[in-house]
Design a protein around this ligand. Sequence first.
Ligand SMILES: Cc1cc2nc3c(=O)[nH]c(=O)nc-3n(C[C@H](O)[C@H](O)[C@H](O)COP(=O)(O)OP(=O)(O)OC[C@H]3O[C@@H](n4cnc5c(N)ncnc54)[C@H](O)[C@@H]3O)c2cc1C
Length: 460
Amino acid sequence: MSHVTCEEVPLRRYGRALPGREGPTGDRERALDRQEPDPGHAGEGSGARMPDLFDLVVVGGGVIGLSVAWRATGRGLRVAVVDPAPAASHAAASHAAAGMLAPVSEVTYTEEPLLRLGTASLERWPAFAAELSRASGHDLDYRTDGTLDVAFGADDLAALDDLAAFTAALGLPAERLTGRECRRLEPMLAPSVRGGLLAGGDAWVDPRRVTAALLAALGRTGATLVPGRVTGLLTASGAACGVRLESGGHLDAGRVVLAAGAWSGSLEGVPPEALPPVRPVKGQIMRLRSPEPVLSRCVRGVVHGSHVYLVPRGDGELVVGATQEELGFDTRVTAGGLWELLRDARELVPGVTELEVTETIAGLRPGTPDNLPLVGPTIVPGLDLATGHHRGGVLLAPLTADLCAGEDTGSVRPAELAELAGLCSPLRFARGTPGPSPLSESGLAARERDFTENTTREHR
Ligand SMILES: Cc1cc2nc3c(=O)[nH]c(=O)nc-3n(C[C@H](O)[C@H](O)[C@H](O)COP(=O)(O)OP(=O)(O)OC[C@H]3O[C@@H](n4cnc5c(N)ncnc54)[C@H](O)[C@@H]3O)c2cc1C
């Protein structure tokens, strides 16, 4: 892998007026011209000159990259986001996602650190949604009516009882319901539903509206959107100083955040020990439509051993998801995947088979070896990660933005924010192998030591 340095890049820096407003440009300069803000997107109408040096360049314009960028512009930073299809990349997880903000009903016993991150981010969602709606003028379809987990058989009911006890022990809101109580809440549920658990604090949102709103809000702040692909990290004296673009240009930056979702695991110029161990986890999902709302809240269940969920939108859309498949960068929608989703959804809500199918899609979740995200500084000074959010990137977007900005919009104490940052620190994988549990203090200390040693070596 070749390591390109800023000094080696012969192109001039940004800082010219927009194309056509200044003198003729040569070929290489035209390559740069293509990186000017895209009309209709962020930066529109600003008429501003491109900065010589961005404070922050974000690689990837999914829900994570855009949230990080938006929070950074709020702090007065000069920000650029680079993505060939921001908020709309067909295989991107954010474009496929259902949008459940459901840390409680997603929780499993082995994932307590993830639950802590999820609840901390859920706490931030009301303010994040309100601020983003105000800043963009967009309605996010953000709803807070909770998630209903339902069960059919004795085993499922026992699992719900365990989950109820676990959530109660953690002090999280969850109410055990009988089958009849479930149907009173959701009359379209199957008569065979025997019980449920209502996680009243869970919420949901339309992720496509969120990313559209983030783009609009970024546009109003004068952030720069660069429609293209990043092909490499630029470094100077071992520190990140910008990115190389596929078109041949480059952007100089004080700091680079790699937020390219499932594609974050390979970027030329990033030393192997700093590359995030992210893999694509395929999720097939379908969108149905009904003239009348079928459900008033998210409904989930385990059918034939697999999880299925139904997420209603305000406009009559019903999202049914999702498969979890380890097939690399495969984004084919398959008959088998859709059949399983419909088969299981029909067990929960028999009426779904009457609904119109409006879309089927597969997105790639950025999975990590321990299912925890990778957010924060790497062993390369100036290079941060914001990736690896796997099944919960929409939920975790506000917290991720706070962690990257180093400021708290929630109510946790600074020590707690530092602990949350520790849970998702990329340094736990700094040498390519998972370290001790991210919850253990000694583990964190060991990783800090690793960081210092690695950094020292880098600088030698
Ligand atoms: C079917 C499905 C359902 C889901 N449901 C939920 C849910 O209900 N709740 C929840 O919280 N989460 C859910 N998720 C997970 C969530 O969608 C992800 O965790 C989240 O979207 C990750 O966001 P991201 O911005 O990191 O990645 P992505 O959304 O994948 O965005 C990555 C971006 O990086 C860009 N990119 C890639 N390479 C480059 C490059 N070299 N240069 C520039 N740009 C590049 C891509 O074009 C893309 O736009 C779901 C995911 C799937 C697939």
